[in-house]
Design a protein around this ligand. Sequence first.
Ligand code: HEM
Length: 340
Amino acid sequence: MRPSFFHHLHPPTIPAAQARWRHTLGAGGAAIFLLLVLIVTGILEMFYYIPNPAEAALSVQTLTFHVPLGGFIRNLHYWAAQLLLVVTTIHLFRVVFTGAYSAPRRFNYLMGVALLVLTLMLDFTGYILRWDVDICWPLVTGTNLLKTIPGIGAWLYRIATGGGAACSTALLRFYTWHIFGLTLPMIVLGIWHAFRVRRDGGIAAPPPSFRPEPVRLPRNELVRREGLAMILIGIGLILLATFFPAPLGAAMTGTPTLTGEARAPWFFLWVQQMLKWGDPFAWGVVVPLAVLALLAAIPYLFPPPAETEIGQWFPKSNRVAQGVVGLVGVVVVVLSLVNR
Ligand code: HEM
């Protein structure tokens, strides 16, 4: 049989240390599974969604309340999107806390940061597509932040919204970004990222002489574990989609309104909290971009983990990087909670 991409990701055997659940937390694989769920459910939603400001929210209501299984599919899509962000963040923490970002994995780490940004943008554009009264304030605030950027702000705003008042004109732009402009790069980068894991020597593990046992796992055992993880995540998703419907407010039709709930979606609550402190450009653009740049620069700025410690939890040699990422995580969570 000719080797395929599947065989590239699943060699005949791999060191058991690389496949341990307690080592990877299964987060990268879970992200791929959630991405697949999102693509399938998203395509199904497209059969009913109408990207036109007068009809968008009504088409979501039709899908949710009148189409057989429509509400369930929408709930699956919503929960897979929220979980993808959670799982991707857990994955980032595990990569930093096991020192798995250092050479030769620095490029793949950067691709991971790009995937995290794409996930955030997909979650935000998807949230706007609901087009109910609650999305107007976050849409206006988010797109107005673009305008504050010196020199290119007006141009970026036009790209994002089409140039008019955001709550009137931005829907078609956000739809196109969501379906093509962000999803396609996400798929391409996701495949490339998974491909690079093997090209970089497989999941980071201590060198063979430092491994407690030289056990290797056959391919079918790896596939069995992946299958089991997918079944468990699938069950969790089905339970969430059955008992916790995706939010949906009153339709935003006619004259756009800003009287909806003036709250950012949960993943931008920390930015909303900072915006209360003053200058929108400083707190809403510069600081979030600086946090992103800091995360991206981790493999280049701070002392790398010692080779013998790569692939172990909390290596002593890269404590600074762990501290920085841990601190960013705590600050983001605290700001989000303060803003509740
Ligand atoms: C949609 C987002 C993502 C997907 C689908 C994804 C997928 C994967 C998969 C399947 C693996 C191998 C299994 C595992 O380590 O769990 C992996 C490893 C890796 N990922 Fe990601 N990832 C994503 C986001 C990220 C992020 C946000 C980062 C960090 C900024 C990152 C950095 C890495 C690195 C450095 C490795 C190699 C780890 C090692 O060798 O131990 N990834 N990713």
